[in-house]
Write a protein that binds this ligand. Sequence first.
Ligand code: SF4
Ligand code: SF4
Length: 377
Amino acid sequence: MDFHQFKEEVIAHSKEIGIDKIGFASADVFGELKARLKRQQELGYQSGFEKGSVQERTEPGRLLPGAQSIISIALAYPSKMHDAPKSKKGDRRGIFCRASWGQDYHNVLRDRLHRLGAFLQEKFPEVELKTMVDTGELSDRAVAERAGIGFSGKNCAVITPEFGSYVYLGELVTNIPFAPDDPVEDSCGDCNICVDACPTDALVQGGQLNAQRCIAFLTQTKDFLPDEFRTKIGNRLYGCDTCQTVCPKNRKKDFHNHEEFEPDPDVVKPRLTPLLSISNRQFKEKFGFISGSWRGKKPIQRNAILALAHYRDETAIDELIRLMKEDPRPVIRGTAAWGLGKIGNPECFQAIEEAKRLEEDEKVLYEMEKGLQFLEQ
Ligand code: SF4
Ligand code: SF4
């Protein structure tokens, strides 16, 4: 088989099935990444959502015996929303990050990878494949970098010359000896804008992320949010785009190539107060199809409470008091108590005092104490 010719056919087919960029990489061990992951582990910078051992994450041959190449694909997503509703006083709204706009990208990317895989199979029946998107063992970013999709920025995103960093990445490990592409020759240079703009100093030494400090990760946790970050998440309900939106390489990058990624403004920028009383069924109906709902409604509700506290939204006080007194989940009762303290009008403090007398959970009581401390500030 003429693999050079075959590669050209694969590239042409990728365009036909709506893949914005494709690159080819060798399936050699990712040595540099291995060292970095080990360092991340030692420093405690991991998110805990990682899949597989360091070996599995850096040695493609462990995932597909006989692996010879990896095909990396990128699909561009929009950075701007048309007709975004305003977040106004008394009618505040939260925001889901751009990677959660439209349909869950995992499904869209998987569809494209399967179609590409079917093409490979049709043309080369001996092919063996393994596809991966985000939650697979391999690092989508390391593969994309090696395959010439883009370079790795200090914001830890892969930055493509064509679409900036607003791309979803996925890959296909194969046993076909495709010739590798050259990596993109670009870098951040002296720029340090994202490192300086990160609200929680999560980007360390440019290019390394401390996931334990990153809002994108913190918005997905289910427990109480550590105090230090409560005033930093603003109105973010899921994810954080700051280190991408400030990046000069993303200037004027806004691609609407895929209907699937078009956001419904009322879903990705929803009113905050109604979120507090949404049922499981309603949550699933409204948010179930977006990637930002994968952790369920509790983290989103906790973040909505913090967003209302951030805005000191007095119109939410009744609802927050109800949650503090009646919600069965300690994280929600406690966060509501803290939020009421932050809003800080006399009605809030009186309600916390009342609820304290009936509360039995120690962690919630501790949050109530913290809420009352705002009275002294
Ligand atoms: S996503 Fe947000 S919190 Fe995380 S590194 Fe970027 S700017 Fe910082
Ligand atoms: S903001 Fe500057 S330093 Fe950060 S990723 Fe973009 S170019 Fe690189």
